[in-house]
Design a protein around this ligand. Sequence first.
Ligand code: FRU
Length: 326
Amino acid sequence: ENQDYPYKIGFSQLTGDDAWRQTMHREMVGELLFYPGASLDIRDANYSNEKQIQDIEQFIEEGVDLLIISPNAIEPITSVVEKAYLQGIPIILVDRKIDSDLYTSYIGGDNHAIGEVAANYLVSLLGSSGRVVQITGDLAASAAQERKAGFEKKLQEISQIEIVGEANGYWVEDRARKAIQNLLRDNPPFDAVYAHNDVMAKAIKQELSLLPAFQQVKVLGVDGLPGPEGGVAAVLDGHIDATFLYPTGGDLAIKTAIDILTGQPIKKEYILQTAAIDSTNARVLALQSEQLFGQQSKIEHQNKLISDQLLRFNAQQTILLLIGAL
Ligand code: FRU
């Protein structure tokens, strides 16, 4: 077998249980096809800091060549990342950050910019005054802290829009539903909701649609995934009003891993751009990603044909060798 890239890459993922991270994994596996011999072992911490620390400790013990880490929370995960780095394992952080410079490279979307773009967008919807509610992701995570800080700072700079309520939805659907139900008890009325991801935004819009007085409330999310369950489709179907693209960077993470392992120069930070997605551009984005999906599955099909051919070729070689030995 071809062993041009004899590398073991470990990935400590904070959860495998959502579409955004599954998209990241697909991108990683797709990119890995270019590097025969390289392996990727993904371990899922299920949103638990303790489990993530264990996973990273175990990767260190097993002696991986490089670690990719998406840290569940800043504070609890920092020291185990530093430990791995100080033992000489190159570290790529993806999507979320830690409280230390001891890592090799960071790859992720610009969460502060996402907050700012969301604030700008809200002003374009409401004008310079109004009332908004914020449903955050887990505030122990850098992505939530930055999405909140960017939004609040920008909103204050450019408008008199008031943030009249805030609750933690911890990135997931049922906690977001509870959060908005609680806020509905104390804070109404409001004109808009800024939710830190599309999963929460969709759940909130659905809750609000059951209440006649809240059916006009605009709901904004983050992620903008393609595919039938993603944010682009949700905008098209009117299940949310707008979303802000948050690229996963999965393919870039693998490419950067290989660059590090083969001694190529790399950057300490790769920051991926965002963009607003709403009813004015969702259609075109959905069509483009459909095309891309089609091309991707052709590439996967071709790849399978090639490896079947290789298997057959190897079998023939073995038979020839056996005949030669007779
Ligand atoms: C997925 C997710 C995304 C969000 C990201 C932030 O697990 O919640 O929806 O954009 O994590 O780190």
